[in-house]
Design a protein around this ligand. Structure first.
Ligand code: ISL
Length: 536
C-alpha cells in the first residue's frame, strides 16, 4: 500500500527541485574577455526563470589559480576576479531569489589550492611546524627519502601521476588530485573549524545550499598505509570519521535551513545511504543513474535500487544525467557503449548524434518524472554534444595527468551558444573564448531553440512546467512489454512510458497526452527511444 505523503512546506523545496548546474566559466561572458562571469549569469537570469528551475548550483567561483577549473580554491571568501566580485555574487544571489531561484555554492573540503594562505605558510614554516599539520606532510621512504610515503592511486581516473610531491626541503605532501591541490588534514580541529565558518559565511549571504566536492575522500587513515585493494576500511575513501564531520556541518546548515548535496561516488549502496541519514547530508548525486547505459532492464534496476537505498533513511533521490566531469548525454547515448565510465573515455569514439539526441530527449522525460530532485547541467537543455577539443587548447589537468591518453573533461565545458547570429555564438565574448567552440555551435543557440517548438529547449521548458503533475509521492511500475518502462505517480493519475524496444507500443487509456519526447507513429503508438507523459 502506498504510504501517505507527509505535509510539505516551502522548506522541503529541495526534495523535488529541478537544480541547474552553472559552470560559470562557460555559461555567459558579461565583460567580453572570453571567460564566463557573474555579470553573464546575471544577464541570463530571465532565461533560467523561463526554463523554470528552482535553484542554481554554481561550480566554484572563488579566488583560484584555475589549475582545476576552480576546484583549487585560494580563498573561499573572495570571488575570482575573472568572474567578478563578492558584492556581485551577493547581487546575483539576491536577484535570483527575486525570481524564485535559490543558490547553491560548491565547497571543496578535501583540498585547497597551493596558493591558499595556509599552504603557503606551511611551505614557508618548514618540516615539523604546526603549519604543516594542516596538511599531510611526510618524509619519504627509501634510503634517502627519495620514494613517496605511500602508493595511493590518483583520484583523477586514468592518471599515471603520483599523489605525492617532494619539496626542496625533502618532505613530501599528499594531493589526491593535482600537485596544485594539497589535501587538508581533517583530523586537525582548525580544518574543521575553518570549514564551518566558511559554510556560515555563505549561508549568511543567502545561499540555500552547499554542494560538497569529493565528499567521501576527506578523512584519511592517520598512518597513511599503502593501499591494498579490497582492504576494509579503505585508507582514504568513505571512512567512518566522515560522518561526525557531516553531522556537525548539518548543525550549521540547520541554523539557516540550508541543504547539502554530496558528491559521493560509492558503489556500495548501503555505505552511500549512510551519508543521507537524517542528521547528515540531505541529498547526494546519483552517479549510478548517471553511469547507467540506455538499457531498459538496467535503467529499471537503477531506479529501483536508488529508491530502495534512499527509503530507509528518508532522503529523496536525485536524478543526474551529466555534469561538468562526464561525457554529455546526447553524445553518450549515441555511442555503442551508452554507459559512462571515466576509464572508457577515448578519442575518436564513433557517435550517432541523431540517435543520441532522441534518447536524451526520452531520458529527460524519464528523469523529470521520477520521485526526487533532478540536476540539469548547463547546455543539457540545449542538447549540446560532447566536443573533441584540439589537444593544444585543452586545459583540463585530467588530460595531462593521463599522459594525454584521456581526452579529459573540457569537451563538456565549451562556452554556451546563446545567439546564433553573433560572434562566438552569442557567448558574449569580444575575443577568442577560453575553450574553442566548434564550427556548428550556432545551430544549438538558445535563441533559435526558443523559436522552435521541436527543440530540446522547448521540451525541457514544457517538461519542467508540467512536472508538478507527477507530485512528490511514490512511483508504481505497471506491467509493460519487453523493453518498455511504464510507471505511474499520484495513485495512477500520471503516467510515464519510455519505449526502448524496436517495437512500437500502444498507449494505455488516458485523458490527455501531456508531453512526448517525439511524435507518435501514424497508428498512435509510441516508437522506439521515445517517452511520453499521460494524464489518466
Ligand atoms: O576521477 C574520478 C574517479 O577516478 C572521479 O571520481 C573524481 O574523483 C570525482 O569526479 C571528483 O570530482 C570533483 O573533484 C575534483 C574536480 O576536478 C571535479 O571537477 C569535481 O567534480 C577535484 O576537486
Amino acid at each position: 500500500m502506498a504510504q501517505p505523503t507527509p505535509a510539505r512546506t516551502h522548506l522541503d523545496w529541495w526534495r523535488s527541485a529541478v537544480i541547474y548546474q552553472v559552470y560559470v566559466r562557460s555559461f555567459a561572458d558579461g565583460d567580453g574577455d572570453g571567460t564566463g562571469d557573474l555579470a553573464g549569469v546575471r544577464a541570463r537570469l530571465p532565461y533560467l526563470a523561463e526554463l523554470g528551475v528552482d535553484a542554481l548550483w554554481f561550480t566554484p567561483w572563488y579566488l583560484s589559480p584555475l589549475k582545476d577549473g576552480g576546484y583549487d580554491v585560494a580563498d573561499y571568501r573572495a570571488i575570482d576576479p575573472a568572474f567578478g566580485t563578492l558584492a556581485e555574487a551577493e547581487k546575483l544571489i539576491a536577484e535570483a531569489g527575486e525570481l524564485g531561484i535559490r543558490t547553491i555554492v560548491d565547497i571543496v573540503p578535501n583540498h585547497v589550492s597551493d596558493q591558499h594562505s595556509w599552504f603557503r605558510a606551511a611551505l614557508a614554516a618548514g618540516p615539523g611546524s604546526p603549519e604543516r599539520e594542516l596538511f599531510h606532510f611526510r618524509p619519504g621512504r627509501g634510503e634517502h627519502g627519495e620514494l613517496p610515503p605511500n602508493d595511493w592511486p590518483s583520484q583523477f581516473a586514468g592518471s599515471t601521476e603520483p599523489v605525492w610531491t617532494r619539496l626542496p626541503d625533502g618532505e613530501w605532501y599528499l594531493h589526491l588530485f593535482t600537485p596544485e591541490q594539497p589535501d587538508l588534514n581533517w583530523a586537525h580541529p582548525a580544518v574543521r573549524r575553518e570549514h564551518e565558518e566558511v559554510l556560515r559565511f555563505w549561508f549568511e549571504r543567502g545561499v540555500a545550499g552547499v554542494r560538497i566536492d569529493s565528499a567521501a575522500l576527506l578523512a584519511k587513515d592517520p598512518e597513511l598505509p599503502d593501499f591494498v585493494e579490497g582492504r576494509d576500511p579503505n585508507p582514504f575513501v568513505d571512512r567512518d570519521e566522515l560522518h561526525d564531520i557531516y553531522r556537525s556541518w548539518r548543525r550549521v546548515a540547520d541554523d539557516y535551513d540550508g541543504i547539502f548535496v554530496g558528491e559521493v561516488w560509492l558503489p556500495d549502496t548501503e555505505r552511500f545511504a549512510r551519508y543521507l541519514r537524517p542528521d547528515e547530508l540531505h541529498t547526494a548525486f546519483n552517479f549510478a543513474f548517471l553511469s547507467c547505459p540506455w538499457d531498459p532492464e538496467r535503467l529499471r534496476t537503477s531506479i529501483d535500487e536508488t529508491l530502495a537505498e534512499h527509503a530507509p533513511v528518508g532522503a529523496p533521490a536525485t536524478w543526474v544525467l551529466c555534469n561538468h566531469d562526464v561525457t554529455r548525454t546526447a553524445t553518450r547515448y549515441g555511442r555503442e557503449d551508452t554507459a559512462f565510465a571515466f576509464a572508457t573515455k577515448a578519442y575518436g569514439t564513433p557517435t550517432d548524434l541523431v540517435l543520441g539526441t532522441r534518447r536524451a530527449r526520452a531520458a529527460a522525460l524519464l528523469s523529470l518524472a521520477l520521485p526526487g530532485a533532478v540536476y540539469l547541467y548547463q547546455g543539457e537543455e540545449l542538447g549540446l554534444p560532447e566536443v573533441e577539443i584540439p589537444r593544444d587548447r585543452i586545459e583540463d589537468p585530467m588530460h595531462f595527468r593521463s599522459g594525454g591518453t584521456d581526452p579529459g573533461r573540457d569537451g563538456c565545458r565549451v562556452p554556451l551558444p546563446w545567439v546564433a547570429d553573433a560572434p562566438y555564438a552569442g557567448f558574449g565574448s569580444q575575443q577568442e573564448t577560453w575553450l574553442p567552440q566548434p564550427v556548428n555551435w550556432s545551430s544549438y543557440a538558445a535563441d533559435l531553440q526558443a523559436e522552435d517548438s521541436g527543440s530540446m529547449l522547448r521540451l525541457y521548458r514544457e517538461a519542467i512546467r508540467l512536472r508538478p503533475a507527477f507530485g512528490d509521492g511514490p512511483l508504481t511500475w505497471r506491467p509493460a512489454p519487453d523493453g518498455v518502462l511504464h510507471f505511474v505517480r499520484q495513485d495512477g493519475a500520471a503516467h510515464c512510458l519510455v519505449n526502448l524496444s524496436a517495437t512500437p507500443v500502444d498507449l494505455p487509456d488516458h485523458s490527455e497526452l501531456l508531453l512526448g519526447s517525439g511524435p507518435l507513429d501514424p497508428q498512435g503508438r509510441l516508437p522506439q527511444d521515445t517517452a511520453v507523459w499521460l494524464r489518466a
